[in-house]
Design a binder for this molecule. Structure first.
Ligand SMILES: [Zn+2]
Length: 239
């Protein structure tokens, strides 16, 4: 199986689904990680271009920690994501065609808003690009993707899922997930101050424990399945 995870900023996927991605790798599946925004605004003092380079390296290292096949940065500046910008959509469409995914994990558009406008834009962009990837006259370098790819939505940062449809037991991969999160050194101070958290990794463990209790395992991640026409499958795709 080939799995593509499309996050907004470098580190979003690590917090919401890296236990699941690590589990896919352990099962022998191919995992490709992609981020749309470059993280250029995620600090108070480091200049945006320099910060984008730091964050690219951090995200690439995190992808290596779980054994992902490849990390792709679409490199749109933070706060500049635009679902109606054809150049941005085309770059994302090309990444999807290149990755040839059986399904995509991404931010969700289905009935809720995330706290961060970039996350909502990333959700709409992924929905559009994964459809465009199947349209022969919408040209990019790689060949047309044969399926309107099924989507599984990440838990929103606001934690206000309309509905959790699927859990993944990440008991065996929680420590890898934490190790991957720790690759994002540039973000610890910023995120702590911006969100009021004393320990981001403690928060991750606590949330995984809450989800684990809901599905009778030790630690879990939660997802919402996209139920739009042609996005559904008869079998489960999550590990
Ligand atoms: Zn983010």
């Amino acid at each position: 199986m080939r799995v593509l995870a499309i996050g907004c900023h470098p580190d979003d996927l690590e917090f919401e689904c890296y236990g699941t991605l690590a589990k896919h790798v352990k099962n022998g599946d191919d995992v490709i990680v992609c981020t749309i925004a470059n993280g250029s605004m995620g600090d108070m003092t480091i200049p945006p271009r320099e910060l984008a380079q730091i964050r690219y390296r951090e995200a690439a290292n995190a992808a290596k920690v779980i054994g992902a096949q490849e990390y792709i940065g679409i490199d749109v500046d933070d706060l500049a994501l635009n679902p109606h910008d054809d150049a941005q959509i085309r770059r994302l469409t090309e990444a999807i065609r290149y990755a040839k995914p059986d399904y995509i994990i991404c931010h969700g558009i289905d009935g809720y808003l995330d706290y961060h406008a970039d996350h909502n834009a990333a959700a709409e962009m992924t929905f559009t690009a994964s459809f465009n990837a199947t349209i022969p006259h919408y040209e990019t370098k790689s060949p047309v993707h044969p399926i309107i790819t099924p989507l599984y939505y990440l838990e929103p940062t606001s934690r206000q899922f309309r509905m959790i449809t699927d859990y993944v037991d990440i008991t065996d991969t929680l420590e890898l997930k934490i190790e991957a999160i720790k690759c994002h050194e540039s973000q610890f101070r910023w995120l702590g101050e911006h969100t009021g958290s004393n320990s981001l990794t403690d928060d991750v463990r606590a949330r995984a424990r809450v989800h684990g209790k809901s599905c009778r395992c030790q630690y879990a991640e939660a997802f919402q399945r996209c139920t739009q026409a042609y996005r559904m499958t008869a079998s489960r795709l999550l590990p």
